[in-house]
Design a protein around this ligand. Structure first.
Ligand code: CS2
Length: 465
């Protein structure tokens, strides 16, 4: 192995710094270093450099450890400013692993499918321009593909570890790269495909740690511990990482720092997406409609908690559980984690990108229930209606408005009337994917629930629930 084995991480944000960075820093054996790549956040990279590449993790809530100084990331790049340097970092023989946290929408999936959306903005242009290392790609997939194309010259193996809340995240990434390769000029496409086949692995993973955005409170907590830090990362004490043992070459001994190597990652993924993330979305949208700001407020509100528990009841039978896994314990512990008010996890943050997130969290369970005789499970209906209500109709304070890539389309569709929106969005425009578009009884129930939310309000809907 090279002298200074290295990971290139794509998607420098709080989650990476509180999750994979910690497992890497704590791994036994030869130390690994991280070159972290932000897509466009110049300020974060400059601040990190100004702080000698160090930052603090501030654990918050019951059982929190003391603030901890981290120095495992020793190089940071901005993809938008230094595209050639990012490619060179991926192609470098010292790099053996690329990890990714680029968010659900960052992969470029066609909504609700496991295929690349070749019509999405920038994809074809990125493919046509991939031969030019100085060109700034629009998509993160092209950032990665450019590095891999250059690396293919050496044939050095590499492991690509997707760490986003996407089902089959590794298998999907491999497929997207191959579909992107098919868009490249023939010689480049053949080279990339041959390299992917021969020397690249893409293990599936499940990642878990609640990591909110940084606020002044966290800066104060770091300062109290003696760390002047503009960019500390808050995180709950809980952390979990499950990976397939499928590495193309050298990798940190993440199992020695607590990661679980398992051949049941697909089961853990569904546990996470359906029990944790979906419940989190429910708390976010009901919380916003209830005038709340923090996830923890909903987690201790009886009516919201009951609806969220019911969602877990509907999710649980749709999952083949990992061996020895106790779902009730897990779900109870989730409420303890969600109730961590000090953590300051906001409904705005969890509620953002709902169209990309719910596509991972809702259609599969709805299809399962339809096959088992219940086309409109009430908590899944409420979750979907609450998302539409929160992003289209709710009059929220500015700081509480979730980002929503589909908002303009949804607002335009809403001009047809509240009773028409669900069908127009979910069936005609398949905003949550083609699988859900086929569930017409479900969509009718969502429509009725959305009308009820608008006419009677959340309190009345929850009272009837
Ligand atoms: C949340 C997740 O924003 C969201 O959609 O559900 O970020 C959640 O906090 C993490 O997945 C926890 O591991």
């Amino acid at each position: 192995m090279t002298e200074q084995p290295r990971i290139v991480h794509l998607g420098l944000g709080n989650f990476h710094r509180a999750h994979q960075a910690v497992y890497t820093a704590d791994a036994a054996g030869q130390p690994w270093r991280i070159t972290a790549v932000a897509r466009s956040n110049r300020q974060l990279v400059e601040t990190l450099k100004a702080q000698n590449m160090s930052y603090t993790i501030v654990e918050v809530g019951p059982g929190a450890a003391e603030p901890r100084r981290m120095t495992v990331i020793d190089r940071a790049l901005v993809a938008k400013d230094e595209p050639a340097a990012v490619r060179a970092a991926i192609a470098d023989p010292e790099c053996h692993v690329v990890t990714l946290t680029i968010t659900e929408k960052g992969y470029g999936y066609k909504p609700g499918s496991s295929d690349l959306d070749v019509e999405a903005a920038g994809v074809r242009e990125d493919a046509a321009g991939l031969g030019d290392a100085d060109r700034v790609p629009t998509t993160m997939l092209a950032v990665l593909a450019g590095g891999l194309l250059d690396r293919a010259d050496s044939g050095n193996p590499i492991t690509l570890v997707s760490c986003d809340n996407v089902g089959h995240n590794g298998t999907g990434l491999g497929r997207l790269l191959r579909q992107f390769a098919a868009l490249l000029p023939a010689e480049q496409g053949d080279k990339l495909t041959a390299y992917l086949d021969a020397s690249v692995s893409t293990p599936n993973t499940m990642v878990d740690r609640i990591v909110p955005a940084t606020t002044d409170k966290h800066r104060d907590m770091a300062a109290e511990a003696g760390f002047e830090d503009q960019i500390p990362v808050p995180g709950e004490p809980f952390t979990m990482w499950v990976l397939e043992d499928d590495f193309a070459g050298p990798h940190p001994d993440w199992a020695s720092s607590g990661a679980i190597l398992s051949d049941q990652v697909d089961r853990y993924e569904l546990v996470k997406l359906r029990l944790l993330n979906a419940a989190n979305s429910m708390l976010a949208y009901l919380g916003l409609l209830n005038g709340g700001t923090f996830i923890a407020e909903g987690a201790v509100n009886d009516a919201i908690k009951a609806a969220t528990w019911q969602l877990g009841e509907e999710m649980q039978p749709t999952i083949t559980l990992p061996d020895g896994f106790d779902p009730i314990d897990y779900r109870k512990e989730l409420f303890v984690r969600f109730s961590n008010l000090e953590l300051g996890h906001t409904c705005q943050q969890v509620g953002s990108d709902g169209s990309a997130k719910l596509t991972q969290r809702v259609p599969g369970p709805v299809a399962w229930h339809a096959e088992h005789g219940d086309p409109a499970p009430k908590a899944l209906v409420l979750l979907t209606a609450a998302w539409l209500a929160a992003v289209v109709y709710a009059d929220l304070p500015e700081g509480n408005v979730p980002d929503e890539p589909a908002r303009d389309l949804l607002k335009q569709l809403a001009e047809g009337g509240v009773d028409q929106l669900a069908k127009a969005a979910l069936v005609d425009h398949a905003v949550l994917g083609p699988q859900l578009a086929e569930q017409t009884a479900f969509v009718e129930a969502v429509s009725a629930q959305l009308v009820a939310l608008q006419e009677k309000g959340l309190a009345a809907v929850l009272a009837d629930f």
